[in-house]
Design a protein around this ligand. Structure first.
Ligand code: PEP
Ligand code: MN
Length: 358
């Protein structure tokens, strides 16, 4: 429920409400507006005596949240959530581009692709060290060795890194190396894992399961939020339908639906949604037009030799062109994709290190 305070309510009145609801095991989320303060209350609503609460000093009205997901709903928090990762804000006007290989294949290979995607316009580097493969005989990822290469690629390029975690016991280890934890489609309803990443406080990208409804997906986000971790972004990566020409069916509807139902950022993954590189660009541009807050794309310099998901991986040159096209679409819908390129004439100097005259 949401407790809307009167414009004249004081901090003491707000604190009294917080104390009352926290005493019965509920959590609060405070939104201080220009006119009035609003207190979001999350937890088992049955424990709260609403009539008693509505009579407390300073309370204007109590609004119940109709959705089963509370903290994830727009009713609970009308303004968009912004997630800060290094210098990057996810969920604001600027879109974020995450790119890199499906799996980390080695130190040199990762550094090569990291520099290539940065040069082509990526803001965040992706790469899997723990891979959820359909077959136990397929490459399972380099594990901690891969995480070390990822951290090295971050140092070398300055890009934050995102990588998947599959095991609750490995969350602390992955947090030592990563900036964003990815929960894969197959683990969307792995509640032990959702609880573990929730407790970590780390930014989380929660992929939609290929059979998950939007409500189930938001309920999974709720698990993470329920630990006080508000840094959750959702990722539409295609769902399973009866079409076999593409790997999955890109549920483009999910993007405006999530924007309507939730305040959490939504990222699109056209690589897994289509499964074929020749359709990835169309999916990416459509996602930007539909209102996505960013995209995550698989890029590999030699897709034919990739250790996983080569069929859907873009070569860096194609990815570079796509970023330009996505930027044009973003501008058309009153957003932008900031360039990572050093302006011509600066001879390779990083702009931020140049004197103010520049
Ligand atoms: C991946 O990002 O490489 C991946 C395995 O994605 P998903 O969980 O969406 O299948
Ligand atoms: Mn992949």
């Amino acid at each position: 429920m949401i407790v809307v305070m009167k414009t004249a309510a004081t901090k003491e009145h707000v604190d009294a409400i917080i104390d009352r609801v926290e005493a019965i095991g509920c959590k609060t989320h405070i939104i201080v507006g220009a006119e009035r303060t609003v207190i979001g209350v999350i937890g088992d609503g049955r424990a709260i005596d609403q009539r008693q609460l509505s009579r407390m000093i300073g309370v204007e009205t109590i609004v119940p949240i109709s959705k089963p997901y509370k903290g994830a709903s727009r009713e609970f928090k009308p303004e968009d959530t912004h997630i800060q990762v290094g210098d990057i804000v996810i969920g604001g006007k600027d879109l974020v581009v995450m790119a890199g290989p499906c799996s980390i294949e080695g130190r040199t290979a990762l550094l090569e692709v990291a520099h290539a995607v940065k040069e082509a316009g990526a803001h965040i580097l992706r790469g899997g060290a723990y891979k959820p493969r359909s077959s136990p005989y397929s490459f399972q990822g380099l594990g901690e060795e891969g995480l070390r290469y990822l951290a090295e690629a971050r140092e070398a390029t300055g890009m934050p890194v995102i990588t998947e975690v599959m095991d609750p016991a490995l969350v602390p280890l992955v947090c030592e190396y990563a900036d964003i934890l990815q929960i894969g489609a197959r683990n969307m309803q792995n509640y032990a894992l959702l609880n573990a990443v929730g407790k970590s406080g780390f930014p989380v990208l929660l992929k939609r399961s290929f059979s998950g409804t939007i409500e189930e997906w938001l309920m999974s986000a709720e698990y993470i939020l329920s630990h006080g971790n508000n840094n959750v972004m959702l990722c539409e990566r295609g769902i399973r339908a009866n079409e076999t020409e593409t790997r999955n069916t890109f549920d483009i509807n999910a993007i405006p639906v999530i924007k309507n139902l939730s305040h959490l950022p939504i990222i699109a993954d056209p690589s897994h949604a289509t499964g074929k590189w020749e359709y990835v660009g169309a999916g990416a541009k459509a996602a930007v037009a539909a209102g996505a807050d960013g995209v995550i794309l698989e890029v590999h310099p030699h897709p034919e030799d990739a250790w996983s998901d080569g069929r859907q991986s873009l070569k860096p040159e194609k990815f570079a062109r796509l970023v330009e096209q996505m930027r044009a679409v973003a501008v058309a819908v009153e957003r932008d994709i900031p360039s990572t390129r050093v302006p011509a004439g600066l001879n390779g100097h990083n702009v931020s290190t140049l004197p103010p005259a520049f």
